[in-house]
Design a protein around this ligand. Structure first.
Ligand code: CUA
Length: 379
């Protein structure tokens, strides 16, 4: 008996050591990979090097906060309230369970005297109706409370087709691999990746997809809503503060899922009206030798069959370029929108965004110069 007791003690001690050492080794390897090797990764392409994620996220006019705990709209405040409610219940359960566990560990520890006397196994208990009833009823009540609170939040936050507010602005949101299209049917405006909205006015979104399932998610303004092909989901939000809010496709949709960013630019009423008016007009018709040559390149190659430029071409497969230069970014929000970046993109899109449907059209360096000279006039 005594020998047996000692053997099982040894086995348990050994098991603890194995657990602790495994944790240390796995943690150490993880730390090494992330911190030490992570810093060694070098991006050799000079163009890709120019837009590291840190550059993208630090932009002077933007509050780059994607925390789910920061609420900047009535909808996210409601979601945050539920989050903290659920968290406090879960936290309470954690404290009670761990507290009882620690109490039991220390209160009923085998004493030195017991160890010397080898009193054997503790008293074994089988079945206790009060205990069984308690641990059945209490979880049922907890789950019921969580369920009711969640249903209430969903009803507040998630509209049905008939819930469109009277004074709302409609935005059709269409997910593409890998960029976002925003259409404003009441304003005759089409844009990509950067959704402009007025402050303090309900935005009514009709969300769909052109290919696979995506998910529209701007954490500070609303929860996630799936973008599903051949199906419309309705979503609404009201931004309460002027600024730029960052979002991200939240449903894995292929290898560039991470580069399917959303920027929501909230403007005051007059600012938004000005933006919408500019966007609804054709682009300025700039003419110069280089620009005219660039327009010819644009029309000669496949550019025009995918991209629309009001009055010039009417492709719908790819982002509308009528006011390309009014956007801060392109390629699904991953690249700062500059002439140099446009040249690199047109030269070899796969180098920057592998898997993108934008083809390398094998333009000569001269043709690239010309077409970009034209594109940068699209303001
Ligand atoms: Cu689109 Cu993930």
């Amino acid at each position: 008996m005594s020998e047996q007791g000692n053997t099982s003690d040894k086995v348990i001690t050994r098991a603890w050591w194995v657990l602790i050492l495994t944790t240390l080794v796995v943690g150490g390897v993880g730390f090494f990979l992330i911190v030490v090797l992570g810093n060694q990764i070098e991006v050799e392409d000079p163009i890709v090097e120019n837009f590291t994620p840190t550059d993208l996220f630090v932009q002077p006019d933007a509050e780059w906060n994607t925390s789910v705990l920061v609420a900047k709209s009535p909808e996210t405040r409601e979601i945050r309230r539920l989050t903290w409610f659920v968290f406090s219940i879960a936290g309470g359960i954690f404290l009670v369970v761990e507290g009882l566990l620690l109490y039991a560990i220390f209160r009923y520890r085998r004493t030195k005297k017991q160890r010397l006397e080898e009193t054997g196994e503790p008293v074994q208990l089988y079945g206790s109706n009060p205990v069984e009833i308690a641990w059945t009823i209490i979880p049922i009540i907890i789950v019921l409370v969580l369920c009711l609170a969640t249903i209430r939040t969903i009803q507040t936050v998630q509209p049905t087709k008939n819930d469109r507010p009277e004074n709302a602005l409609t935005v059709e949101v269409i997910g593409h691999r890998w960029w976002w299209e925003f259409r404003y049917p009441e304003l005759n405006v089409v844009t990509a990746n950067e959704m402009y909205i007025p402050v303090d006015r309900p935005i009514w979104m009709e969300i769909g997809s052109a290919d696979v399932i995506h998910s529209f998610w701007v954490p500070e303004l609303q929860g996630k809503m799936d973008a599903i092909p051949a199906h419309t989901n309705y979503w609404k939000l009201t931004a309460e503060k002027v600024g730029t809010y960052l979002g991200q496709c939240a449903e894995y949709c292929g290898n560039q899922h991470a580069n399917m960013l959303i920027r929501v630019v909230v403007l005051d009423e007059s600012g938004f009206d000005g933006w919408a008016k500019d966007q609804s007009l054709p682009a300025d018709n700039v003419t110069s030798d280089q620009v005219d040559l660039g327009r010819k390149v644009f029309l000669k190659y496949a550019c025009q069959s995918c991209h629309a430029v009001a009055g010039v071409s009417d492709g719908t497969y790819a982002p509308d370029l009528t006011h390309l230069m009014s956007r801060k970014t392109f390629a699904g929000g991953m690249i700062p929108n500059t002439a140099d970046n446009l040249k690199a993109w047109i030269d070899d899109p796969a180098q920057i965004k592998p898997g993108s449907d934008m083809p390398a059209l094998q333009l000569t360096p001269q043709e690239i110069e010309q077409v970009v000279a034209y594109l940068v006039t699209l303001k």
